[in-house]
Design a protein around this ligand. Structure first.
Ligand SMILES: [Ca+2]
Ligand SMILES: [Ca+2]
Ligand SMILES: [Ca+2]
Length: 442
C-alpha cells in the first residue's frame, strides 16, 4: 500500500516537473533577433577583469523588454547562484543594428561585496532571449606567458601545489612535470604543446592540444591521483595517452584522441590499477584501448570510432561498459574482465542480434565479440534513456516510476533505472535525472 501511495506521489511529481518543462519551453521567446552575448576570454585568472559584450547583429533595433535596465546577470555554475544582477550597469533602453555594449566586471560578488571564488560561471540574458555564455575563473599562481615565456620555465619555477595557467598559443615544448601541479590551458582548441610526461602524484592537466608527432601525447609514470581531462591529442605516432607504469587511481576523462599512423589511443601498461577512463573519444587508432598487466580499471562512456582494433586487454578485473564501439574492429580479451555493469554492456555497431523484450539490450548472439552479454541495441548517450531507444520520453519515465523505491532484492527492481547516486536504489534522484532529460533525443 505504501509503495502504491509513493508511486502515485512520484507520478504526480513527474507530471508537475513535466508541466513545468513544457511551460518553460512554450514560454521561452523564440530567437527572432540575432543577438550575441560574449566574454572576451573563456578562462580568467582570479581577479582579472571579465569583459562582457552584447552585440546586435540583426538589421533591426532591439528594445529591452524585461527588467530595467541590465540585459544580463552572472551566475555560478552549476549552483546557479547569482553573483551579479540587474543593477544600473547600463542605462540603455535599446540597441541599434550593428551596435554593441560592453561591461567590465571586476569579479566582485555584488551581494557579498567580496571577490568571487574560482570556478565556472554563466552570464545569461534576463530578457528571455536564451543567450548564455560560460567562462572559468582559475586561481593560478603562475600565468604563461605573462610571468614566464615558456611552460617549462613556469613548471620549473612553480611550488608544489601551484596552478599554472597557460594562455592560448602554440608552445613548441615537450614538457616534464615532476611535482604536484595543475597545468591548465586556456582553451584546448587554441593552446597547443607537443606533449607532457608526468612523474608525480596529484597532477591536473587540462585544456591542451598535444601535437605529439613521434612523441607520446601524455605519459604518466609512477603517478597516481592525477586528472588528465579535456585535452585533444591531435597526432601521436605511437601512444596518445599512456599510463606507462605503476600509475593508479587516475582519472582520464573527456579527452579527444584523433588519428595517428599506427598508434594506441589510451594504453595502461605495467601495474596501472584502479584508473577511470571515462567519456573520451578515440578514433582512427590501431587499437583504441590497450591494457597490459593492469587490473581493476573502469572504462565507461567512451566513444570509439573507426579504429582498426577496438580493445586489446591482457589484464583482469577491468570493467568495460556503456562504451560505443562504432566501426571499431576486433576485441581481444586474454584476461577475466567484465563487459557490463550487470544490465548494460556496450554498443557495437556491428551487432545484428534482436531484442525480443524491448529493454534495449540484445538477446541473441551472446556474448557478442566473445565478451559482451548485454550488448546495447543503440548507442549509449543519455542516462535518462532507460530503454535505449534514443529518446527520453514517457516510456522511460514510466519504467522509472514503476521501479521507484526498489533495491536489488525488490520484485520491481530495474537496474536500468538506477542512473544516479546513490546506487543500489531507485529513488527521487534517479527520477529527477530522467525528468531533467525529458524530451531529449539523440
Ligand atoms: Ca532484451
Ligand atoms: Ca527511451
Ligand atoms: Ca540511484
Amino acid at each position: 500500500m505504501r509503495r502504491v501511495a509513493s508511486a502515485v506521489m512520484v507520478t504526480l511529481l513527474l507530471v508537475y516537473v513535466l508541466t513545468l518543462t513544457f511551460d518553460i519551453q512554450s514560454g521561452k521567446a523564440e530567437p527572432e533577433v540575432y543577438l550575441l552575448l560574449e566574454t572576451d576570454k573563456s578562462v580568467y585568472k582570479l581577479g582579472e577583469n571579465v569583459t562582457i559584450t552584447l552585440a546586435n547583429n540583426s538589421d533591426e533595433t532591439i528594445p529591452w523588454t524585461g527588467r530595467f535596465p541590465a540585459p544580463w546577470d552572472i551566475f555560478t555554475y552549476p549552483e546557479n547562484k547569482c553573483v551579479f544582477a540587474a543593477s544600473p550597469c547600463f542605462c540603455i533602453f535599446e540597441l541599434a543594428s550593428g551596435e554593441n555594449v560592453t561591461y567590465t566586471w571586476n569579479q566582485s560578488d555584488w551581494y557579498t561585496i567580496s571577490p568571487v571564488e574560482p570556478g565556472t560561471y554563466e552570464v545569461r540574458d534576463n530578457q528571455a532571449w536564451g543567450l548564455s555564455e560560460y567562462f572559468k575563473i582559475v586561481d593560478a599562481e603562475v600565468v604563461v606567458p605573462d610571468n614566464y615565456p615558456t611552460i617549462q620555465d613556469a613548471i620549473n619555477a612553480a611550488n608544489e601545489g601551484d596552478t599554472i595557467f597557460v594562455r592560448n598559443g602554440t608552445y613548441d615544448e615537450y614538457l616534464n612535470v615532476t611535482q604536484s601541479l595543475a597545468v591548465l590551458g586556456e582553451d584546448a582548441q587554441c593552446t597547443t604543446a607537443i606533449g607532457f610526461e608526468i612523474y608525480a602524484d596529484n597532477v591536473v592537466l587540462s585544456g591542451f592540444t598535444m601535437n605529439a608527432g613521434s612523441d607520446v601525447g601524455v605519459v604518466l609514470s609512477n603517478s597516481s591521483q592525477c586528472n588528465v581531462s579535456n585535452n585533444i591529442v591531435s597526432f601521436a605516432a605511437f601512444y596518445a595517452i599512456c599510463l606507462y607504469q605503476y600509475s593508479s587511481n587516475n582519472h582520464i576523462m573527456n579527452n579527444r584522441i584523433l588519428s595517428s599512423v599506427a598508434g594506441f589511443g589510451i594504453s595502461l601498461m605495467v601495474g596501472c590499477n584502479n584508473n577511470t577512463i571515462r567519456r573520451n573519444s578515440i578514433s582512427q587508432q590501431q587499437a583504441a584501448i590497450y591494457i597490459l598487466d593492469s587490473h581493476n580499471n573502469t572504462i565507461d562512456g567512451n566513444e570509439l570510432t573507426d579504429n582498426e582494433g577496438a580493445a586489446y586487454i591482457d589484464g583482469s578485473f577491468n570493467h568495460i561498459y556503456r562504451n560505443n564501439f562504432v566501426n571499431s574492429g576486433e576485441v581481444a580479451d586474454w584476461g577475466e574482465n567484465t563487459w557490463d555493469n550487470g544490465c548494460e554492456g556496450n554498443y557495437w555497431s556491428n551487432y545484428n542480434g534482436t531484442d525480443s523484450d524491448n529493454d534495449g539490450v540484445g538477446d541473441t548472439y551472446l556474448p557478442w565479440e566473445g565478451v559482451d552479454n548485454y550488448p546495447l541495441m543503440n548507442p549509449y548517450w543519455n542516462p535518462g534513456d532507460i530503454d535505449h531507444d534514443l529518446d527520453v520520453d514517457i516510456f522511460d519515465v514510466v519504467r522509472c516510476g514503476s521501479a521507484y523505491g526498489s533495491t536489488p532484492s525488490s520484485p520491481n527492481w530495474n537496474p536500468h533505472c538506477d542512473i544516479a547516486e546513490p546506487y543500489g536504489i531507485v529513488d527521487i534522484l534517479d527520477i529527477v535525472l530522467v525528468a531533467g532529460n525529458y524530451g531529449e533525443s539523440w
